[in-house]
Design a protein around this ligand. Structure first.
Ligand SMILES: N[C@@H](CCC[C@H](N)C(=O)O)C(=O)O
Length: 276
């Protein structure tokens, strides 16, 4: 198989984006892992396929695959890169784009200054909706790991997230606690594990150990999850600046039953042709 791709990034969370409307694309998990490999492939945290919409009111469908080949339902930075891609490739002349995803429909607005705002949907907190193996919903859950006791918040933003508050983001235990919790039996579909340092009620620092991709330079859905968890615990206000290793996002959430909004940039890196 041979096809054209675009390498993009959202704050250093990087993507191979493929137009699967004008090209015939049928990739196995093994081929996706190879394309994502940073030595033998192009290298990316996630691969995105842009497809025809499923529903009449949508402009496109887009699908998300982690570097380990697993297909997932939500990706905040990927959504902004998807929007930038369809605008730059003239696949649409709209600046308000409705896209079908496995997590439902997203609405994306591309502003004149290039920033993209995504309605990421309404978060879900019930353990069964995350999914999380706990008997009832709580603002924080506690588990015992070999390294000690860990407290975390958990919610779904279309994909599962745990959020752990830390005093110092630079020494957060991503490689140990992050890796263990990502595939802990508490999370039957695994989870993205965020480590959040609260700077003030409008500002946090965040690093995320992503399901299926390990630590990335930024995670858009993780930024939404961390802000929601902080608001739920009355640690944050409704508009928060999130500082990630790759740059900054603005997250806004007005509370339960409300959609969460994420605003940030999306960048083009290079274009190429893959032969697999
Ligand atoms: N980087 C993404 C999230 C990608 C999917 C995630 N690893 C999962 O498995 O749910 C983002 O910006 O949200």
């Amino acid at each position: 198989m041979e096809f054209y791709f675009t390498k993009m990034h959202g704050l250093g969370n990087d993507f191979v984006v493929i137009d699967a409307i004008n090209q015939n694309i049928d990739l196995s998990s093994e081929q996706i892992r190879l394309i994502a490999d940073r030595h033998f492939g192009v290298g990316c945290d996630q691969l995105l396929l842009v497809e025809q919409p499923v529903h009449a009111n949508a402009d496109f469908k887009y699908r998300i695959f982690n570097a380990d080949g697993s297909e997932v339902a939500q990706c905040g930075n990927g959504a902004r890169c998807f929007a930038r891609f369809v605008v730059d490739k003239n696949l649409t002349d709209k600046r308000r784009i409705v896209v079908d995803t496995h997590a439902g429909q997203l609405v994306l607005n591309v502003a004149e200054d290039g920033l993209i705002t995504v309605n990421m949907g309404i978060p879900r907190h019930q353990p069964a909706q995350i999914p999380l193996n706990m008997p009832q919903e709580a603002k924080r859950y506690t588990i015992q790991l070999d390294s000690g006791s860990i407290e975390f918040a958990a919610l779904s933003i279309g994909n599962p997230h745990a959020v752990i508050q830390v005093a110092d983001i630079d020494s957060a235990p991503l490689a140990t606690v992050g890796a263990v919790l990502e595939s802990h039996p508490l999370f039957p579909e695994r989870a993205n594990i965020g480590f959040m340092q609260i700077i003030d009620r409008h500002t946090i620092k965040l690093r995320v150990y992503e399901r299926g991709a390990a630590e990335t330079l930024a995670c858009g859905s993780g930024a939404c999850a961390a802000v929601i968890a902080g608001i739920e615990q009355n640690l944050l206000e409704h508009e928060v600046d999130v500082s990630l290793p790759g740059g900054a996002l603005k997250i806004s959430w007005q509370g339960r039953d409300q959609a969460v909004y994420m605003t940030g940039p999306a960048g083009l890196v290079f274009e190429g042709r893959i032969i697999v």
